[in-house]
Design a protein around this ligand. Sequence first.
Ligand code: URP
Ligand code: ZN
Ligand code: ZN
Length: 464
Amino acid sequence: MPLLIKNGRIITATDDYCADIYCQDETITRIESGIDASTLPSDTEVIDASGKYVFPGFIDPHVHIHLPFMGSNAIDDHESASKAALVGGTTTLIEMICPGPDDEPLAAFNEWNGLAAPLSAVDYTFHMAVVRFDELAQDQLKTIVADHGIASFKIFLAYKGALNLDDSDLFDLLTMAKGLGVITTAHCENADVIDAMQRKLIGEGKTGPEWHEPSRPVSVEAEGVHHLATFAELTGAHIYVVHTSCTQAVEAAVGAQLRGVNLWIEAVAPHLTLDETYTHKPDFEGAKYVMSPPLRERSNQETLWNGLKSGIVSTIGTDHAPFNFGDQKSMGKDAFTQIPNGIPSVQERVDLIHTFGVLAGKIDLNTFVSVCSTQAAQIFGLYPKKGSISVGADADMVVYDPNAKHTLSVDTSLSKVDYNAFEGWEMTGRSSVVTVRGQVQARDGEFVGTVGRGQLLKRKPTHF
Ligand code: URP
Ligand code: ZN
Ligand code: ZN
């Protein structure tokens, strides 16, 4: 069905103007002022965006949906996660495929895509985690890039014995990635140091969630960034540091950029809005706030916001990783090392950043769009079909009411997780209408779309 969005204030990463947007066959075909609805096909759906912003659909470049991890499995499926994303204004998800060290990469790709394809209500693609790098894995990774359009890898320097890659494999992987033009996203924390620190703290009887941060302090993350950047410097590979949490890590990344390393920095919503004091909440409630890298001392947030404002930090994702408080986080009652890591926020990200970023004066509206949508599309080979409002782009749009007040709560969350890390927080701004390729998929906090409509987005490598 054709779609006309009238009277909106269109805000992209670079522009801010008023016009009407007409979409046919899933695509934006006209952007003009005063498009007369009576001249359009009679079945055109007309949305009045008076007093509202029209943004390109937001992109979350870092989510976990299917995630076997730390003896458990993340609780969302692709239906619940994509519905949550949509009502929050996110129309494209990039999920991490995280197989175990014995799994074959191609089987993992087929498993993840097999789960996503029938259930995803948003368009999606994957970062392919590399947790083994033998000859079979190398061949299969090349096939995944060439035949399945996956143009980004993921590596973990953390999670010793589970997901982390050793240094000789890291060097060879980055060499291969450079040759393929694939960007490598990376979790940068030193696995061995964390392992030693964890054993020391547990040995001293320091077992509660509040000891998670001291077990992996900022220096451990900064060392991880510097470590990865050294390998990128030597191989020429392009790298993207995920969920950067602190000043020292940003400084290490900027130092590498100044040496000529092709490096991009991601921040995530939890690090921008929560701090390490949440892990001190009584009755083990602090476990809800255990993620890695950990929530930091609040002053680090200023660095992240300033980095976003100045362009040093390119994107804001969520690192959505939903583990129930009741029966999953509780596995770590006796030792924080057993708490499944993750703070879900795929539904909340856009409103959190609008409220605490735009309305608080930390970033302007164009930067908001740039870091929550456009730059993810550009870095990961989705632009301009995604991340832009332009003729020929996919008709993924968010009609956003900047004045709507609402309260975040587990009661209104479409994720399956049994808690909301932002419970009771007052937000200003909410997505009124969310479209994916010209079809309304969410309206005023409700999913109104079609499950399984999401498509796998095939990408071409661009990072040569
Ligand atoms: O705590 C986190 N971040 N959980 C998900 C896995 C990861 O490291 O991204
Ligand atoms: Zn991570
Ligand atoms: Zn993650």
